[in-house]
Design a binder for this molecule. Structure first.
Ligand code: NAD
Length: 308
């Protein structure tokens, strides 16, 4: 099986993707600023900053790359826009400069639904004009364009995937459901930013499955291919409904406050999955109630509170 390299392999989605690739029989190299997860064979790990050209001297001769490393999240990007530009575009450009030296290179790139901004035409399909409204979304759109240009210049094959609000076990502590679970656990009040706003929450194993399908599809394509695919659940849910289910699963409740969305946040996100279904055979399998139950179970097991 072809060896592959996953950037951002210590991250939430990267850890799930790395495991899935290992199970599929690939030798998987991980790259991240952070050390390897405990289950990762440290011989196949490169720790460092992908923005630094010198890091690539340590890279193995691998041509197939899943590029997930990034500064993620809309809200933090509002405070540090230049960091998002430096990492999300800069590291992508450095990575591609290295990848150009590899034979028959293939790239799956984790973009984001944030590239659509708050587009009024919903559900969002891949043919819409990108109009990001946050530095995060703009940095992902810029990286998509950079990758497109490299495909045209030297024949890179690339599939850009646009995940929608990914959740599940292993989620980062700064992400919504983890913060809500923590507040519920500690009995602290929660502020819901626009409780009627909605998100197309997508379970992490569905996103990983979509990335693998995009990779397999890409292997059948000719050099200089570039295409993009939504990875969503196609079932948007209001924030207050998501909170209510989480509180039910954790069997507790706390006082709620509401606040407006931050500038840069979409009011509603909703993926059009027809293209991914048709071309990749992508089909999300995990319902929101199943996925949130798995997340809650994982969260509670981390607190040492046992089974639900
Ligand atoms: P994450 O923050 O958990 O993982 C990102 C990883 O990248 C981290 O481990 C971090 O250390 C690493 N990284 C950051 N900058 C780096 C650098 N300069 N050099 C090396 N490593 C670096 O994020 P995630 O939720 O796993 O998201 C993975 C990818 O999917 C990201 O590109 C993100 O933008 C995209 N995405 C995520 C979501 C979501 O809801 N989680 C939605 C859409 C898109």
């Amino acid at each position: 099986m072809t060896p592959v390299l996953v950037t951002g392999a210590a991250g939430f989605i990267g850890q799930h993707l790395g495991r899935a690739l290992q199970v599929a029989g690939h030798q998987v190299w991980g790259v991240d600023l952070r050390p390897p997860p405990p289950t990762w064979d440290a011989r196949y790990w490169i720790q460092g900053d992908l923005c630094e050209a010198s890091l690539y001297q340590q890279f193995p001769p691998v041509s197939h790359v899943f590029h997930l490393a990034a500064l993620a999240g809309v809200c933090p990007s509002l405070a540090h826009p230049e960091d998002y530009f430096r990492v999300n575009l800069g590291a992508t450009a450095q990575l591609l400069t290295w990848l150009q030296t590899q034979p028959n290179p293939v790239l799956v790139f984790a973009s984001s639904s944030a590239v659509y901004g708050d587009h009024p035409e919903r559900p969002w399909h891949e043919g819409l004009r990108l109009q990001p409204i946050s530095p995060y979304g703009a940095s992902k759109a810029a990286a998509e364009a950079w990758i497109y240009s490299q495909c045209q210049q030297w024949g890179l094959r690339s599939a850009v995937v646009r995940p929608f609000s990914v959740y599940g076990p292993g989620q980062r502590p700064d992400m919504g459901f983890y913060r809500f679970a923590e507040a519920l656990h500690l009995g602290q009040a929660i502020t819901l930013r626009n409780p009627d706003s909605s998100r197309d929450y997508t379970y992490v194993s569905d996103v990983v499955s979509g990335m693998l399908k995009a990779y397999r599809w890409l292997l059948q394509q000719s050099p200089a291919t570039w295409d993009c695919f939504n990875l969503g659940s196609q079932s948007p849910l209001a924030l207050h409904q998501a909170y209510t289910l989480l509180a039910h699963l954790l069997q507790t409740t706390v006082p709620l406050h509401s606040a407006p969305l931050s500038p840069g946040e979409a009011v509603h996100t909703w993926s059009d999955g027809r293209r991914s279904a048709k071309i990749l055979n992508y089909s999300p399998q995990v319902t929101f109630s199943e996925g949130l139950a798995a997340f809650s179970h994982w969260y509670l097991s981390r607190q040492g509170e046992g089974e639900l």
